[in-house]
Design a protein around this ligand. Structure first.
Ligand SMILES: Cc1ncc(COP(=O)(O)O)c(C=O)c1O
Length: 410
């Protein structure tokens, strides 16, 4: 059983921070998460003890950095159940998803081909394919979502044919928090010869993810949503596809040889994608974050979040002043509005009460039409949020009326 009060002591941001004069209640974890001291220490360790470049020098310190850097790759590989040659370090999920569209999609797609995605996707998952389709003449089409806004395997299969070459979807969506049936989707897509690119930005930090078991072809995530540093993320790809595709950055570190005739010989994956000096401290911090998550247990984290989510949503559903758009979300994401109140004004009311939530379209602009609203408030939980925080949030929810929300501006 997860001991949330003990866990909170690991996070400096959870020790006595105040907002608007009140103890901070942070419910914007889908945007980014707080970092435990061990992650901060790992980043500091790089700058304090081993602050030299990776993959460059022939001296002892350089060797130490290389060893620690590559051991982070092994940690990520174990975490996802992949081979370490299949783990490419990127600046985050956005760069990873762009890399697949640019390096794989542009090489693969031709006029008449289809890329399948959905209206619930984050901009970082869909925009790279919009651009790639425009450039290759392929067509981007959207799988219809069901009434609740979910992607079902049946709807997906109805859209499949042999023209579909790429399926680009989030394992867990960032506004409604629904989990797609990823294993089934991969199985169906592969039957038609399509490749599946999974945006794992909202799944990898919250639930066990096994790329071998789901059999996806690529998967992307960011460390900062997983208690890790900003500026670092991962692209997992099946080795044969990483080997076949192009990098979108060229430069030092990624080539084995080049000559004046323009012959460039790239290194093997993953190094052919890692030109330039990497964010070494962030890579070491990401390793510490995964070790920290592992020490708590991903199954426990997932179960705890689901339980806290249910506790909150059941109570919110009874409040006449709120509209909840995803009561049956599979994650800790709660998307709602205060009736008759613009989302940003609603979020300001929570801010005035010491609670950090997000408002707007959450980078999923296509979804707002489906929800029939221009913007929503999003509260997103993580394993360090407590039931006491949930109760304060619920109390503020119950007071969030048009009158009270407008009151804070006068
Ligand atoms: C579903 C999803 N995909 C991709 C991203 C992009 O992640 P990053 O900004 O870390 O690159 C996010 C970030 O919010 C997300 O929620």
């Amino acid at each position: 059983m997860l001991d949330v009060h003990k866990i909170r002591k690991d996070f400096p941001m959870l020790e006595g921070h105040r907002m608007q004069g009140m103890p901070l209640i942070y419910l914007d974890n889908a945007a980014t998460t707080f970092k435990p001291q061990s992650v901060i220490d790992a980043v500091t360790h790089y700058y304090t003890d081993i602050s030299v470049n990776a993959h460059r020098g022939d001296y002892e310190l350089s060797y130490q950095v290389d060893t620690e850097y590559e051991s982070a790759r092994e940690t990520v590989a174990r975490f996802l159940h992949a081979d370490k040659r299949e783990i490419v370090f990127t600046s985050g999920a956005s760069e990873a998803l762009n890399l697949v569209a640019y390096g794989f999609g542009r090489k693969l797609l031709k006029p008449g081909d289809v890329v399948l995605s959905s209206e619930a996707e984050h901009a970082s998952s869909i925009l790279p394919w919009m651009k790639t389709c425009e450039e290759t003449g392929a067509e981007l089409t959207y799988i219809p979502l069901d009434e609740e806004g979910r992607l079902t395997a049946d709807n997906f299969e109805r859209c499949m044919d042999h023209h579909v070459k790429i399926v680009a979807l989030a394992q867990v969506t960032n506004v409604l928090g629904y989990e797609m049936p990823v294993k089934e989707i991969c199985e169906i897509a592969h039957r038609y010869g399509a490749k599946v690119i999974v945006d794992g930005a909202q799944s990898v930090p919250h639930m066990p993810v096994d790329v071998l078991e789901m059999d996806c072809d690529f998967l992307a995530f960011s460390a900062h949503k997983l208690c890790g540093p900003t500026g670092i993320g991962v692209l997992y790809g099946k080795y044969e596809y990483l080997d076949w595709m192009d990098p979108f950055l060229l430069g030092g570190g990624s080539n084995a040889r080049f000559d004046m005739c323009g012959n460039i010989m790239l290194k093997q994956p993953p190094y052919k994608f890692e030109s330039g000096t990497p964010a070494i401290e962030a890579v070491l911090g990401m390793k510490a974050a995964i070790q920290y998550i592992d020490s708590i247990g991903m199954e426990e984290i997932h179960a705890y979040e689901r339980e806290l989510h249910r506790y909150v949503v059941e109570r919110m559903m009874k409040m006449d002043n709120l509209v909840v758009y995803n009561p049956y979300s599979d994650s800790g994401i709660i998307t709602f509005n205060v009736k008759d109140v613009f989302a940003q004004d609603g979020a300001s009311f929570f801010n005035a009460n010491g609670i950090a939530v997000r408002s707007g379209q959450h980078c999923a602009k296509l979804l707002m039409d489906k929800l029939g609203t221009s913007a929503t408030i999003r509260a997103s939980l993580y394993f360090y949020n407590t039931k006491e925080e949930a109760d304060i949030f619920l109390d503020v929810c119950s007071k969030a009326t048009l009158e009270n929300c407008l009151d804070i501006f006068f």
